[in-house]
Write a protein that binds this ligand. Structure first.
Ligand code: PLP
Length: 484
């Protein structure tokens, strides 16, 4: 609420807010700015003298003096000795927004979007993207660690810092991943990025030149292909079967490749793990031809049967592998926290490129995440979520079996946060449309297929929803399939 107080000398009203959490002098200053915005004052107008305004507002004169000082410091008014306080000719902001241009004043080459954005809205159950359960992330611990970072290290963390990331986080990541994934423990082998997508862009622009060819999986992750294309490279698809990438087809192609991009742990989107013989074959092929392997290990932690399979990067004496990781599944995609691990010379090159683009990461958040890793907070969260996700995986599989029987064929994946499902008798394109109408979003094989053609497969993510949400999603999916 605001009280309108007439101000005699200028013939205007000052509408002073009665917000008690804001000091009175600041509210008076704001009332003058509001008056300007409303067109009640214009440049050069005199404001009432501090004594007379204080009398009219029934406040102490010092309060008005403080308000005028604040306005002067911000550039709204100027005071001339003997002539009082006037509205400045050069206001610090323009109150009139510009008119939108009717034409585009220049041209650019259109970039096709690499993926659809999942529809949002009340009641929408999204089984589409590889979303973790962000409701369960340790928000209090993150907030405490972030506050500690700002309180204790403000001078350093709010400055321009190392484009490769906070040394403390590089150290903590390197220790964590040497313990859990068998990677070489050396902080110099890490650059912290804004999610792995950022890492892919940096790596692509460092490695690729126009016309280069990059081997990719024929069912895969379109945003990665997009990063390669934007760097001038041409992704070339190779088939994937129940043992992962068909390395023999890649070898037989005799193609010349600037890199091989793979998701060996839980192939995306089919969830299968690259078999041991194929891992050896792929590493040998890459070594022989000196081709970098871009290993995308986006959900390493979520492996439910046996031990997680160690990354290709853990068996890399010749420095062939450029390894991408992310905290998007471990914590939340919105935190944009990922990393690339590779030879220190290559990492230093990525850091130079990063300095020219994004400059550096979110240093306080990097510091906070480092502390959480050192204290085992993130590891505890992973253990908790792994159990939860394993339960949700079983629950969704059971509900689908009960509702769909033989209509849907799938095996329980050993890891990851999605089911890859064969739906040979269902028009999956229509099923998706009908499901969207009923408030369930999921992706179909066409959206992951390099050839962009329809294939009778779908992917359902199970991590983000509790059992009640999954149950409701399956109920709607059942109804949608009947109507398809
Ligand atoms: C194959 C693959 N790579 C990487 C990512 C992670 O991306 P980011 O770290 O940029 O959030 C995802 C997320 O869905 C993914 O599916």
């Amino acid at each position: 609420m605001k009280n309108d107080v007439p101000v005699a000398r200028t013939q205007v009203q000052l509408a002073i807010s009665d917000r008690e959490d804001t000091p009175l002098y600041a509210r008076i200053a704001q009332a003058v700015v509001d008056g300007l915005r409303a067109g009640r004052f214009k440049a050069g107008d005199a404001l009432p003298g501090s004594r007379s305004l204080a009398e009219q507002l029934r406040v102490h004169r010092n309060t008005v003096v403080a308000a005028y000082r604040e306005l002067e410091a911000e550039g709204w008014v100027f005071t001339t000795p003997g002539q009082g306080t006037r509205i400045s000719e050069h206001l610090p902001v323009h109150f009139k927004a510009g008119k939108p241009a009717k034409t585009k004043g220049f041209a650019w080459e259109a970039i096709p979007d690499s993926w659809d954005t999942a529809p949002r809205g009340p009641g929408m159950l999204d089984l589409g993207p590889g979303m973790p359960d962000v409701q369960n992330i340790p928000v209090d611990a993150i907030a405490r660690a972030f506050r500690r970072a700002l309180q204790n290290r403000r001078g350093h963390l709010l400055s321009y810092t190392d484009p490769a990331g906070q040394p403390r986080l590089r150290g903590a990541l390197s220790q964590w991943l040497s313990e859990t994934r068998g990677l070489v423990q050396d902080p110099e082998r890490y650059i912290v990025t804004r999610g792995s997508q950022h890492g892919m862009d940096l790596v692509a622009r460092t490695l690729f030149r126009p016309g280069d060819r990059v081997a990719v999986e024929a069912y895969g992750y379109p945003p990665a292909w997009q990063a390669f294309r934007l760097a001038g490279a041409e992704p070339v698809p190779f088939p994937v079967d129940e043992e992962g990438l068909c390395v023999d087809v890649l070898e037989a192609s005799k193609g010349k490749f600037a890199a091989i991009y793979v998701t060996p742990h839980h192939q995306y989107p089919t969830t299968v793990s690259l078999s041991a013989p194929r891992r050896l074959q792929l590493l040998a092929f890459a070594r022989k031809h000196r081709i970098p392997i871009l290993e995308d290990d986006y959900d390493h932690e979520f492996h439910y049967q046996g031990m997680p399979i160690l990354p290709l990067a853990s068996d890399d004496p010749t420095g062939q592998v450029i390894y991408f990781g992310t905290l998007s599944k471990v914590l939340a995609p919105g935190l944009r926290m990922g990393f690339v691990s590779a030879h220190p010379d290559f990492i230093a090159q990525l850091a130079r490129l990063r300095r020219a683009t994004d400059r550096q990461g979110d240093a306080p958040m990097e510091w906070a995440v480092a502390e959480m890793l050192e204290e085992g907070e993130i590891q505890r969260h992973v253990r908790k979520m792994r159990r939860l996700y394993e339960g949700r995986r079983a629950f969704l599989a059971e509900r689908l079996r009960v509702e769909f029987g033989d209509e849907l064929k799938f095996t329980l994946p050993t890891g990851g946060i999605g089911l890859w499902i064969h739906a040979p008798g269902i028009d999956v394109e229509r099923w998706r449309e009908k499901s969207l109408e009923l408030g369930v979003h999921f992706r179909i094989a066409r959206q992951y297929a390099f050839d962009g053609k329809p294939h009778p497969w779908v992917r359902f993510g199970f991590a983000a929803h509790e059992e009640s949400g999954l149950e409701e999603a399956v109920r709607r999916l059942r109804k949608a399939a009947w109507n398809s």
